[in-house]
Design a protein around this ligand. Structure first.
Ligand SMILES: [Zn+2]
Length: 120
């Protein structure tokens, strides 16, 4: 449940949603032209499969949103944290808390070999 709450906080970012919508519109239009271009250009609207059309826009939206989400939950040393989070070093199991917009620090035990994962 905590994981879902964090995902929803990240996905609720207007800038990220706008980017995902732009990608979905651009990629969706190209894919629709590829898949149903003959019907679209001949203005044969009765034979266009509107469910396919909707899905063709939905899939790139979901893929771009998932990709953005997966990038935001990675915490690399030296980068700015995108959300408040508890991090666990996967090498030594030590934990820290980082606040949104803080620089992600090195693990005090592992130094340059630090690998943080979000602790849920
Ligand atoms: Zn460590």
């Amino acid at each position: 449940m905590e994981r879902l709450k964090i995902y929803l906080i990240i996905v609720n970012d207007k800038v990220m949603l706008l980017k995902s919508l732009k990608i979905a519109l651009f990629v969706g239009m190209i894919l629709n032209i590829i898949n149903q271009g003959d019907k679209i250009f001949s203005l044969d609207f009765a034979s266009i499969d509107y469910l396919k059309t909707l899905l063709t826009f939905t899939v790139p939206f979901m893929v771009s949103t998932y990709t953005a989400l997966s990038m935001k939950i990675k915490f690399q040393v030296g980068e700015v944290a995108s959300i408040d989070s508890k991090l666990k070093c996967i090498r030594c199991n030590s934990s820290i808390n980082v606040k949104k917009n803080e620089i992600v620090p090195l693990c005090h035990k592992c130094n340059e070999k630090t690998k943080w994962r979000m602790k849920l």
